[in-house]
Design a protein around this ligand. Structure first.
Ligand SMILES: Cc1cc2nc3c(=O)[nH]c(=O)nc-3n(C[C@H](O)[C@H](O)[C@H](O)COP(=O)(O)OP(=O)(O)OC[C@H]3O[C@@H](n4cnc5c(N)ncnc54)[C@H](O)[C@@H]3O)c2cc1C
Length: 456
């Protein structure tokens, strides 16, 4: 008779939890997973997937306009928000099922309930009012959007609600300068909404290469998106016609919706961790070692709840590494060096490795190669937006240590390029690769001139 009901109990059915549960069950580990909302978690239900579907939806507006320059006669453009939301919901319901079915097919138990930790080996299944025991508990509860404590904050929405708005607002204020704020600014703008971004910092997209940040800001402003930096809303008021954002500079911005994209906090409140002595950070994140173990040896955590790099592929890699280490005797910390990332802005940003700024701090001598050009496609459409590509090279080893693209399909290009960069490709390898013409990406292998700052 086993000592515990399960070998592994996973709390949270998102990217990290489901991958861990499915792999564990597949190995014959007696596994259960519980989810309080919908299987698939943030990525599937209110993150990457619906966001990208909305980006596609918003891009059609521009594509229809561009088609005219290519000889198409296009009738009146009309967009129906409710159709988009319904079609998106149907797809998400399908993927959500795939997630829970995958665990069941591997032999795991799937439970629909909130769970809380009672002691190092006991979990309360809240909606069923029962407890179960497990040798190990894996916490994969993700995070939630954070709204600062200002008067009227209950009138604001976050990305969670943006996916289910009853009506598309005529004007939206988006607070924040991170990737979620910028992506939603592009989405709403493309769907015909008047968008104003308020950001407390000096420049949007902190942490990305400065050239791309500046260029994207210019492009977005050129498209008609208002971006106001060094500005924060101090209060939200309800008006007869909608809402009013009151800013720290005394500005009053009337709008129909205010969306906060001002960061996320790990989901650990009420989980029962504090009383067990599980060590958590200032924002509630679970502190784990390289092998995902918390300060209580039977309790582990993966994904956003550990607040390290909050991206789906990282949560999944965490889950895989946890299983490898604990159940396959193959402990290997996840290598996050040269992690490719994207911003699904319009145009996109794709990036891997060091920015020019971070490289100059870390390496003795850095060479920069950059190019900016109009795409072939835009020669007919007349769109002024220019692609920006940048390579950051360690001058001592000739290794390409950073690649940054702002332009169409930047994310797709960077995903492939990240392999070469992670393998340690040198600039000479890029130079000896023959271009594929006509593409945007060919510019990556044809940049020959080192960039030097203009003489003052
Ligand atoms: C708008 C948006 C866009 C994003 N876009 C991208 C992108 O383009 N690319 C990318 O890589 N990442 C993106 N992300 C980040 C990505 O979604 C997360 O990094 C990823 O989902 C983290 O996975 P996770 O398993 O750690 O947590 P989650 O996916 O958040 O899963 C946690 C699950 O636990 C459940 N849960 C919480 N508490 C309990 C409890 N007590 N009991 C039971 N269940 C519980 C939650 O309901 C949730 O389903 C985006 C996020 C957002 C918000």
């Amino acid at each position: 008779m086993p000592k515990y009901d399960y070998d592994l109990f996973v709390i949270g059915g998102g990217s990290g939890g489901v991958r861990s549960a499915r792999l564990a069950a597949g190995l014959g580990v007696r596994t259960a997973i519980t989810e309080e909302y919908r299987f698939g978690g943030t990525c599937v239900v209110r993150g990457c997937v619906p966001k990208k579907l909305f980006v596609y939806a918003s891009e059609f507006g521009h594509a229809i306009d561009d088609a005219r320059a290519y000889g198409w006669t296009v009738g009146e453009k009309r967009f129906d928000w409710k159709t988009l939301v319904a079609n998106k919901d149907a797809e998400i319901a399908r993927i959500s099922k795939v997630y829970s079915n995958g665990v069941e097919a591997a032999g795991g138990a799937v439970i629909q309930s909130r769970a809380e930790v009672v002691d190092p080996h006991t979990i309360k299944i809240v909606s069923e009012g029962r407890t179960v025991t497990a040798e190990r508990i894996l916490i994969a509860t993700g995070g939630h959007p954070y709204i600062p404590d200002i008067p009227g904050r209950e009138l604001a929405i976050t990305s969670n609600e943006a996916f289910h708005l009853e009506e598309l607002p005529k004007k939206i204020v988006i607070v924040g300068g991170g990737y979620i704020a910028i992506e939603f600014a592009g989405i709403f703008h493309g769907l015909g909404v008047d968008v104003e971004v308020l950001y407390r910092g000096g420049d949007i997209l902190r942490g990305f290469d400065h050239d791309l940040r500046e260029r994207l800001t210019d492009i977005m402003r050129g498209q008609g998106i208002a971006i106001t930096c060094n500005t924060d809303p101090l209060a939200i008021e309800k008006t007869r016609g909608g809402l009013m954002a009151v800013t720290n500079h005394g500005g009053r911005i009337p709008c129909d919706a205010i969306m906060f994209a001002t960061g996320r906090r790990p989901n650990t409140v009420g989980l029962g961790l504090q009383k067990l002595g599980v060590q958590c950070g200032w924002n509630g994140r679970i502190m784990v070692n390289d092998y995902y173990q918390s300060s209580v040896p039977s309790i582990y955590a993966v994904g956003d709840v550990t607040d390290r790099v909050n991206l789906t592929p990282v949560a999944i890699r965490d889950g895989i590494a946890f299983i490898e280490g604990v159940y396959k005797n193959n402990p290997n910390p996840v290598d996050l060096a040269y992690l490719p990332t994207a911003v699904f802005s319009q145009p996109e940003i794709g990036t891997v490795g060091y920015t020019e700024e971070s490289a100059r701090e870390m390496f003795r001598k850095v060479d920069i190669y950059k190019t900016s050009f109009r795409t072939l496609k835009n020669t007919l459409t007349g769109r002024p937006e220019r692609v920006l590509m940048k390579l950051v090279v360690d001058a001592e080893t000739d290794k390409v240590i950073g690649a940054h693209i702002l332009g169409p399909d930047a994310a797709e290009i960077i995903q492939a390029l990240a392999i070469a960069v992670k393998m340690g490709a040198r600039k000479a390898d890029f130079d000896s690769t023959i271009a594929l013409h006509p593409t945007l990406a060919e510019e990556l292998v044809t940049m020959r001139e080192k960039w030097s700052p203009p003489a003052v």
